[in-house]
Design a protein around this ligand. Structure first.
Ligand SMILES: Cc1cc2nc3c(=O)[nH]c(=O)nc-3n(C[C@H](O)[C@H](O)[C@H](O)COP(=O)(O)OP(=O)(O)OC[C@H]3O[C@@H](n4cnc5c(N)ncnc54)[C@H](O)[C@@H]3O)c2cc1C
Length: 375
């Protein structure tokens, strides 16, 4: 096993680049975009994401450039506290780190460059051909190359998945959307917080000592494409059901529609196996999850770490792939399924139809606790 190609230079692909270089492989990575345009809101890194990044030597830099915190303070729309939630801290790592997506991307990108990943921007694959020598790959610039292993890390609308399995697996829209906006950090935000309204939930997450971002989860139904001129008024309308001063006092600061990031939430879980021939899929390409547990990127980084570890130990792909599936499938399935379930319960709750006995907070806490298990 000498030479690998990674398709997709997002969080999972770049992490895989570092992990495979640590396992001693030569690594080419192709990224569709000529330049990255990562939006300037943040991402939640629970302790298992930090543990995986630590294996790649990148956790300390994320923590240095981010903002560690212990837990989410949960509350009602008026701010009345109802409990705390989050992942447990692991070893010397904080329980969570909030970080700008742009900064996280830069940290992993620089890690991949330093590790010696050959990064090629503005390029993708058009075909794979399994031969006795390996996978012969044709690129969009007409060039070809042969690899011992190809890793598809090209996100929820994966082209590699389509090339491997056809159009069988497609993401499913869940009915929910997430709105996000970045602000100067307020002094009251010592941890992250999450408040539950009658028709939405809203959260604040620190990104640095002086910046934070807000997320607001809503059910936009089938009307999920929101024209730019409606972004600011509709986000403000959603937030108007929160009398809690930490939220209400921010509403006037939401002025620029270009900085309102609204995304419909989609999910996908490709059944086993996630490989065919010498090609393996990782990250959102096979287990794209909605962010109810803040675990999507964590899982993609964990995939990269486990793959690198297995490639460092075993020469034959059959063993690597079998052990990869044994260690990754159930864990990723748990996150995808529970996140989707929480999303459904939230929507039922907002319609006043939440079944009796359902405890969303407890389900969240139990699943996040399970993420502390070794990978
Ligand atoms: C609203 C929202 C909030 C989220 N919040 C969190 C959070 O707080 N914490 C968390 O852990 N996760 C969160 N996630 C999930 C997280 O963003 C994803 O799970 C993570 O980005 C997946 O990484 P990936 O590398 O698999 O895919 P992506 O990040 O989608 O990266 C795929 C890369 O491949 C490139 N690409 C696409 N097609 C091709 C092609 N054909 N050829 C070459 N390159 C290609 C893309 O340009 C991109 O760079 C959130 C997701 C959403 C939607």
């Amino acid at each position: 096993m000498k030479k690998a190609l990674i398709v997709g230079g997002g969080i999972g692909g770049l992490s895989a680049g570092v992990a495979l270089r640590m396992a001693g492989l030569e690594v080419d990575l192709v990224e569709l975009n000529q330049e990255y345009n990562v939006y300037g809101v943040g991402i939640i890194q629970p302790s298992n994401a930090l543990r995986a990044l630590d294996t790649l030597g990148l956790a300390d830099e994320c923590i240095r450039q981010g903002s560690p915190y212990h837990h989410f303070n949960m509350g009602l729309a008026d701010g009345t506290p109802i409990g705390i939630s989050g992942t447990p801290g692991l070893g010397h790592l904080p329980a969570h780190n909030g970080i700008s997506r742009r900064v996280l991307h830069e940290v992993i990108f620089e890690g991949a460059q330093k590790a010696g990943v050959n990064l090629r921007m503005g390029l993708t694959v058009t075909a794979f051909d399994e031969t006795d020598e390996g996978v012969s790959v044709t690129f969009t610039d007409g060039s070809t190359n042969t690899y011992d292993l190809v890793v598809g890390a090209d996100g929820i609308n994966s082209r590699v998945r389509q090339l491997l399995f056809g159009d069988v697996y497609k993401p499913r829209y869940t009915g929910q959307s997430v709105w996000r906006y970045a602000f100067d950090r307020i002094a009251e935000l010592d941890n992250a917080l999450m408040y539950f309204g009658r028709k939405t939930k809203v959260g604040l997450v620190p990104m640095t000592h002086d910046r934070m971002y807000m997320f607001c989860v809503t059910a936009e139904g089938d009307d999920f494409f929101i024209p730019e001129e409606q972004l600011v008024p509709r986000l403000k309308a959603h937030l108007s059901e929160y009398p809690a001063p930490v939220i209400a006092n921010l509403i006037d600061q939401i002025t620029d529609p270009k900085l309102v990031i609204c995304r419909p939430l989609e999910t996908i879980l490709v059944p086993k196996p996630w490989h065919k021939g010498r090609v393996l899929l990782i990250g959102d390409a096979v287990h794209g999850t909605i962010p109810q547990l803040g675990q999507g990127a964590s899982l993609a980084i964990e995939d990269a770490v486990v793959l690198g570890e297995l490639l460092g130990k075993h020469d034959d792909l059959e063993t690597v792939f079998a052990q990869f599936m044994a260690r990754r499938f159930d864990r990723c399935k748990l996150v995808v399924d529970v996140s989707a379930q929480i999303g459904e319960w939230e929507q039922l709750d907002w319609q006043g139809k939440l079944p009796e006995g359902v405890n969303i907070g407890r389900t969240m806490g139990q699943t996040l606790g399970a993420m502390a298990a070794p990978i």
